[in-house]
Design a protein around this ligand. Structure first.
Ligand code: NI
Ligand code: MN
Length: 220
């Protein structure tokens, strides 16, 4: 499995030639061309996560999986959708996924209620990957650690709108994860961080910081 970072909170997970696209806000990779996209996931309705999801769904035919209200919004705009609530696994051609709570807000670019913001847990090739979406540190992460045992946690670290580095380090402990991939930092001035500080603090608690450069990949 390959985790390809597209900047901000956008990733492709590539498994056996199939690509899963997450939160495709693609300002960091202007030359990006979606290819072989089987499924699109959107954690919440904010523009820096919904991004190009609707257009990519309409052109590729790949469905957008999102929480009920956001999925219905995407369907009205011409996307194929898979609507879900939080809390139960759904099977896909490449594995399975479940939406979990995130502590944040969610409104569409035109101001409609976007449903509950979510994190997503993927089970692919026997590995569990947690994409936290935009969230504050919260005790649900202890539940996620106990119930799902993520091998890899993808956590926001930019602060202001989400967790910062200090809280991401606590989250990594609660999640009982081995590997932490940072996201949602340095895209804008408001979420600027010193990434070396993230690396240092994650190493200090005995975990592996996997900082992926934009358009770079991590082999999981
Ligand atoms: Ni947000
Ligand atoms: Mn965001």
């Amino acid at each position: 499995m390959n985790i390809h970072y597209l900047g901000h909170s956008a990733f492709e997970i590539i498994t056996k030639g199939k690509k899963i696209l997450i939160d495709p806000f693609l300002v960091c990779v202007p030359g990006y061309e979606p290819e072989n996209i089987y499924d699109i996931f959107v954690t919440h309705a904010h523009n820096d996560h919904l991004g190009s999801a609707i257009n990519i769904s309409a052109s590729s035919g790949a469905p957008i999986t999102a929480v009920f209200e956001l999925a219905k919004y995407c369907a009205k705009k011409g996307a194929k959708i898979i609507d879900m609530g939080l809390g139960s696994w759904r099977d896909y051609s490449w594995g399975r996924a479940v939406l979990v709570p995130a502590f944040h807000t969610s409104s569409t670019p035109d101001g409609q209620y976007g449903g509950s913001p979510c994190g997503i847990i993927f089970e692919i090739e026997g590995k569990t990957i947690y994409h936290a979406g935009d969230t504050a540190l919260n005790s649900e992460m202890k539940m996620i650690g106990d119930v799902y045992h993520p091998d890899i946690a993808i956590l926001p670290i930019g602060g202001k709108y989400t967790m910062d580095i200090e809280h991401a380090v606590i989250a990594a402990e609660w999640l009982q994860t081995a590997i932490v991939i940072p996201m949602h930092y340095n895209t804008f001035d408001a979420i600027k961080v010193d990434i070396n500080e993230f690396t240092r603090q994650i190493r200090e608690i005995g975990k592996v910081p996997a900082v992926i450069e934009i358009d770079g990949s991590f082999e999981g």
